[in-house]
Design a protein around this ligand. Structure first.
Ligand code: AMP
Ligand code: MN
Ligand code: MN
Ligand code: MN
Length: 288
């Protein structure tokens, strides 16, 4: 029997293991307190927060989905692919993610060198002080630069220093689309295009990307995202339909006061979308 109260899904979030500001435990507690029933922890290029999140999820009665958000370079553009319901113990997936983390370390050194040429000292140590987990993100550089007074807030600091054509930008050399989707599939997961409306590419390019993603075995697209407007969601719902992709929704929460939105904000999928969770077994079914 269907219940009259649909479950509240939030399938994209970050913890201190990547560039979020809440520990996995605190993230799960906050999501639950805000009404989330099913939460995916999707840290950037790392799955180390899932074990702690699962313990808290069991305690507070939230269903945790094992996830990851993988950085991809496709035709020179950085695109994020979320993997949902992955087995974090899968060796191929972990080998792939460890290479991405190694690139993050090298890239961090290069970002710091470039900022130094621009007159900003101590950026590597400054960013590392904000990185409590195993990855170094531009977000950590951004927090350092804001704290050191080089910009007023996160949005401004990215615009001024950390994006294409700015002094602290280093071109991504992430995973290929093919390998990313294959790692996720091999680990038993579903590959989902993260926040598709956020990439600075033309509609034609985005359609080419979606086609390539489908050819590799990708199955889902984030129609609703904390960083999408209502019209972005409507546009992405059209793509979901046209390309027969399952629809996902996620806040992309990074912690209190960080960019994007809070978990627990209602995020209904536009009409006609087929939810990514349509064939997910319930916990009870899995037990039998
Ligand atoms: P990275 O994967 O290290 O290149 O960093 C990308 C991360 O930076 C994203 O996951 C966001 O959390 C953050 N980010 C990117 N652009 C912005 C922005 N304009 N404002 C705030 N955070 C941003
Ligand atoms: Mn992030
Ligand atoms: Mn992302
Ligand atoms: Mn994210």
């Amino acid at each position: 029997m269907l219940t009259s109260n649909p479950l509240h899904y939030d399938l994209h979030s970050h913890s201190t293991l990547s560039d979020g500001t809440l520990t996995p435990e605190a993230l799960v507690r906050r999501a639950r307190a805000q009404g989330v029933d099913v939460l995916a922890l999707t840290d950037h290029d790392v799955t180390d927060g899932l074990a702690e999140a699962a313990v808290t999820a069991a305690e507070v009665g939230l269903r945790l989905i094992s996830g990851v958000e993988i950085s991809v370079t496709w035709n020179g553009v950085t695109i994020h692919i979320v993997g949902l319901n992955i087995d974090p113990g899968h060796i191929g997936l972990q080998t792939g993610l460890s290479k991405l983390r190694a690139f993050r370390t090298e890239r961090g050194e290069e970002i710091a060198r470039r900022l130094e040429k621009h007159g900003i000292e101590g950026a590597l140590a400054g960013a590392q002080a904000f990185a409590t987990g195993p990855i170094l993100s531009r977000t950590h550089f951004a927090r350092f630069l804001v704290e050191a007074g080089y910009a007023r807030d996160m949005r401004k600091v990215f615009k001024k220093f950390l994006v294409h054509n700015r002094p602290g930008y280093v071109t991504g050399n992430w995973a290929t689309l093919e390998e990313t989707v294959s790692w996720i599939c091999a680990a038993g997961g579903q590959a989902v295009i993260a926040h598709p409306a956020r990439y600075r590419i033309s509609a034609t390019r985005l359609r080419q990307f979606i086609e390539a993603f489908k050819d590799c075995g990708g199955v889902g697209i984030e129609v609703v995202s904390g960083s999408h407007s209502a019209s972005d969601a409507a546009g992405m719902a059209q793509y979901a339909k046209r390309y027969e992709l399952l629809a996902s929704c996620g806040s992309d929460y990074h912690g209190p006061g960080q960019s994007w939105q809070e978990p627990g904000v209602p995020m209904p999928l536009p009409e006609g979308c087929i939810p990514i969770w349509k064939d997910w077994a319930t916990d009870e079914e899995k037990d039998t």
